[in-house]
Design a protein. Structure first.
Length: 375
């Protein structure tokens, strides 16, 4: 299979790709992308960097690809090939686009905005049927005659989505479609988008800076780093059981404690004992660890359990002591900072179970929630 190959396949699975840094595309490794038909590929950026927008980078990637024999095939139709010179203009590739700013025509009604892609390619009766149908699917039927500026943010987002879907594209591109919405509406639209994607069985490329958004919308995630597809798995696997330190650090909040591996600990092939400033811990080996003594002990803040004096969960394993340095109320959770000498650890608990700042506490982390990576 040639490099930089994108082909739509049969299926209906969400297959997002997260990307820490696409700015070095000219130095990228040879990578083949297979995107299922009816799938969503999510490009999750590490930070907001407008000059390095994903779709602008994708254009740059095609320029780079011309020197690497790349080709793009959508539903068995070749739209680009560096080898034989095939180049189908973008407007003829049956691709829909939802912009971050929605790009709704302010002088048009909802119906006129949605009908715009069909104006030169369909009969009036067909336009009426298709536009009315998509407006009803997206709960916009009652707003068909309303001018776009008189819509709420969520309604404008649905109009942009309806306009992209009405032409029945084979691929849908979404550039941070929820970023302009407030938190509550963004969460609501997140589930609505996933439901729509599944019901239409449409292939989508989705750009977002929101990790929760990417995790919620995906069945599988592939993490790219420095042009290499580093790790592929379910959101739960990558978040709770990462195979690489980069994955553990990139997704969510992580605790990393410097430690020394005790290979003579007599543990199973999957576990070993590490000696750290917070105590001796039993942890699982990561795929990256190759037997080095210097390691990093990793665990998530939500895996920290506070114990009373008589509570010896985890059979007494992986116990440590510390002082509560700070407690931050976050509404549905509390962020706790535990000071263990020179080490500051993060814990995430329900606010009703958060300890008070300034007290000494005993805490534990289950061995199956601890992973070691090379230092």
């Amino acid at each position: 299979m040639s490099s930089n190959f994108i082909q739509a396949l049969e299926g209906n699975h969400l297959y997002p790709i997260t990307d820490r840094d696409l700015s070095g595309l000219s130095h990228a490794e040879q990578v083949d992308f297979l995107i299922d038909s009816g799938a969503t590929l999510i490009q999750l950026r590490e930070k907001v960097d407008p000059p390095l927008r994903f779709f602008e980078q994708a254009e740059s990637a095609v320029r780079v690809a011309r020197d690497r024999g790349a080709k793009i095939i959508i539903n068995d139709r070749k739209v680009f090939s560096a080898n034989d010179g095939t180049f189908i203009p973008p407007e003829q590739r049956h691709i829909g686009m939802v912009f971050q700013s929605y790009a709704i025509w302010p002088h048009m009604t909802v119906f006129q905005n949605v009908a715009y892609p069909l104006a030169s390619a369909a009969k009036r009766s067909e336009i009426n049927d298709r536009v009315s149908g998509i407006l009803d699917r997206l709960s916009l039927g009652a707003l068909a005659d309303r001018l776009a500026p008189n819509l709420s943010g969520g309604q404008q987002q649905r109009v942009a989505l309806a306009r992209a879907l009405v032409a029945q594209p084979q691929i849908l591109l979404l550039d941070e479609p929820l970023s302009n919405l407030d938190a509550k509406l963004r969460e609501q639209m997140r589930f609505e988008l996933k439901s729509l994607q599944e019901s239409f069985s449409i292939t989508a490329v989705y750009v977002t800076h929101d990790q929760e958004e990417a995790l919620a919308l995906s069945d599988r995630i592939g993490l790219m780093h420095e042009g290499t597809l580093l790790e592929v798995g379910t959101p739960a696997d990558l978040y709770l059981r990462p195979a690489h330190r980069i994955t553990a650090d990139f997704l969510g909040t992580a605790n990393f404690v410097p430690a020394q591996a005790d290979v003579r600990g007599g543990m199973t092939s999957e576990e070993l004992v590490v000696c750290s400033p917070i105590g001796n811990f039993v942890a699982r080996r990561s795929a990256e660890w190759q037997g080095s003594d210097a390691v990093l002990l990793f665990f998530r803040p939500e895996n920290v359990e506070f114990n009373s004096g008589s509570d010896l969960s985890s059979n007494g394993k992986n116990m440590a002591m510390g002082k509560i340095e700070r407690v931050t109320f976050l509404g549905n959770s509390a962020d706790v900072v535990i000071r263990c000498g020179t080490i500051a650890l993060r814990a995430r608990v329900h606010p009703t179970r958060a300890p008070e700042a300034g007290i000494q506490v005993k805490f534990s982390v289950a061995p199956e929630s601890c992973i070691i990576f090379p230092a």
